[in-house]
Design a protein around this ligand. Structure first.
Ligand code: 3PG
Length: 405
């Protein structure tokens, strides 16, 4: 398959000053804030190894401003060191301190800049030329010969560090980006059915938008919902009261969309039929009526059985986001059951998003799954058929590099 952008194979790397944007956004323990799943960091090591003859400066985000997982990239740098890279961290993004450190980077070294989302302008989204005007781009780009973007997980974000640099530097994709685009394109090109999407976890507004698009284009035969997104649809379907919606940010705004989707696609959207809640510190399975105000923490055994049988009959199955409150061990049951069904089903399977991928690894299922994607929202966006902003940006950069634009 011919890729629409340039890769590391298309550029001279020796002694080049390379700025690389990666997605090493990791799941954290909610109490200790320690990284509990470093799979995204491990996934990018092939790219970093190929850049060993370069002077590398690495940019990434962790969490979002205001979220519990919005932390510095020091721990990530430590993990890179443990993986054998000569990595150092600077607590700055494009100020004097960062610039001094960038000038000192030697061949074989990696300088990790601070979490790019600590700069307000990074959260802006817009056309490439617009976000390229942001100071993070304008202040940093003169220090580099090449921009490598390996942040597939954030490829659906048209933010300055993702697409802005492609307007001002020769830009290519890293190996993670390349592998994801190749594999997902290949999987999408096979027109097999039933095509099942199993969706859970948080980032509910983003996921509602994607479900809507996927349903509109008729991609999925069934969408099985659990986790926080499942809670929203249970409320929309009046299975549980509206008061349960408080845990979902932007609940008021997205509830009407969920209602509309339930009404229009009732034969496609499959909701949990029972729940697991926490009582006296333990998991208790119950019907919706028996929840008594306790939040929906997982799908119950009946739902796990139902979802499992649908998945086992699939030809293509995508899973993204946990079925329950994954951070608590006793509420991992639903996610484990979904993954077991995915591993059992004799079909093309893709698992994406940090939590579920980490669980698949822990369950030793990696070899039984067609593709473990580093993307969560990015993979979902890709499935909708819409060209991701990062791919568009790399394509435009390739045209410029060839002198066609
Ligand atoms: C992800 O975890 O899906 C990516 O890192 C993108 O993060 P975002 O949804 O906060 O932009």
């Amino acid at each position: 398959m011919r890729l629409p952008f340039k890769t590391l194979d298309d550029v001279e790397l020796d002694e080049k000053r390379v700025l690389i944007r990666v997605d090493m956004n990791c799941s954290l323990d909610p109490d200790t804030k320690k990284i509990i799943n470093d799979s995204r960091i491990r996934a990018m090591t092939p790219t970093l190894h190929e850049l060993e003859q370069c002077k590398v400066v690495l940019m990434a985000h962790q969490g979002r401003p205001g979220s519990d997982d919005f932390i510095s990239l020091e721990q990530h740098t430590e993990i890179l060191r443990k993986l054998g890279f000569n990595a150092h961290f600077v607590d700055d993004i494009f100020g004097d301190k960062a610039k001094r450190a960038i000038k000192e980077v030697k061949v074989g070294e990696i300088l990790v800049l601070q979490n790019v989302r600590m700069f307000d302008g990074e959260m802006k989204k817009g056309p490439i030329e617009e976000v390229a005007k942001e100071p993070i781009v304008q202040e940093l780009y003169p220090y580099f010969d090449l921009f490598v973007n390996d942040a597939f997980g954030a490829a659906h974000r048209s933010q300055p560090s993702i697409v802005g640099f492609t307007a001002v530097l020769p830009s290519v994709a890293g190996r993670v980006m390349e592998k994801e685009v190749r594999t997902l394109t290949e999987i999408l090109s096979t027109d097999q059915h039933p095509w099942i999407l199993v969706l859970g976890g948080s980032k509910v507004p983003d996921k509602v938008k994607m479900i809507k698009k996927l349903l509109e284009i008729g991609r999925a035969d069934n969408v099985l919902l659990g986790g926080l997104i499942g809670t929203l649809f249970l409320i929309a379907d009046k299975k549980i009261p509206e008061s349960y919606g408080g845990v979902i940010k932007e609940f008021e705004e997205i509830l009407p969309v969920a209602r509309e989707l339930i009404a229009k696609y009732s034969d496609v959207i499959m909701l949990p039929v029972d729940a697991a809640v926490e009582r006296g510190g333990s998991r208790v399975e119950c019907s919706f009526k028996e929840m008594q105000g306790a939040p929906f923490y997982d799908i119950g055994a009946e739902t796990a059985e139902l979802f499992g049988s649908i998945i086992r009959g699939a030809k293509v199955a995508f899973a993204n986001g946990p079925m329950g409150f994954f951070e608590k061990d006793e509420f991992q049951y639903g996610t484990i059951k979904v993954l077991e069904a995915i591993a059992d089903c004799n079909c093309t399977t893709v698992v994406g998003g940090g939590h579920v991928s980490a669980m698949a690894e822990r369950m030793n299922l990696v070899n039984k799954i067609t593709h473990i994607s580093t993307g969560g929202g990015a993979t979902m966006s890709f499935l909708t058929g819409k060209k991701l902003p990062l791919i568009e940006a790399l394509e435009a950069a390739a045209r410029r590099m060839d002198g066609d634009a």
